[in-house]
Design a protein around this ligand. Sequence first.
Ligand SMILES: C[S@@+](CC[C@H](N)C(=O)[O-])C[C@H]1O[C@@H](n2cnc3c(N)ncnc32)[C@H](O)[C@@H]1O
Length: 195
Amino acid sequence: MKKAKNTRQDFYFKKAKEENYPARSVYKLQEIDKKYRLIKRGDLVLDIGCAPGSWMIYLSGKIGKKGRVTGVDVVDLKISLKDNMKFIKGDIRELVGSFSERFDAIVSDAAPGTSGIHFVDTAKSLELAKTALDIAKQSLKARGIFVCKTFEGEGTEEFLKEIKRLFNFVKSYRPSAVRKYSREFYLIAKIFKNE
Ligand SMILES: C[S@@+](CC[C@H](N)C(=O)[O-])C[C@H]1O[C@@H](n2cnc3c(N)ncnc32)[C@H](O)[C@@H]1O
């Protein structure tokens, strides 16, 4: 069992190294995007919890020169910014209401430092996911896209209900790069109703 887990970790870890991504998490977004066709050339994207920066590299390539990806994180990026990238260093919980532009897609891979205490970690993650949704409510274009990392646990069902009220298409999905023992999954929401 343990061997299988490590083999899988090694595969994505090595692949990320070979392809010059600073984190293996890029393959989660890549798989989600391939499956649900989310990101287009020219899109304006907000990437919440963007460090060390592998989602930003992927998004920058997908949106091209006419798009822009704005990343937010409490810690610094480990990549160099390209022309279509912008970085804001800060706590997302303090940035609700501060975005003047409207985004085509808001994606959040934000995750708190974990304590190992199940209900504490779930609550902290849910707080970040709810914050990402609050930002989406204010700053997502009509028919826009929202993706966020979530963990199974108390409050997740309610959160899912709220997303279903706001978007026409909602799926939960566990990309294959998610570690086997993790309770992590992603919510993918398309066609923001903006009512
Ligand atoms: C799993 S990492 C994201 C990896 C990233 N998607 C990538 O591909 O490089 C989660 C990130 O969430 C950030 N984070 C946690 N709490 C945050 C907060 N309150 N505001 C902004 N970023 C936060 C962490 O600093 C961490 O960099």
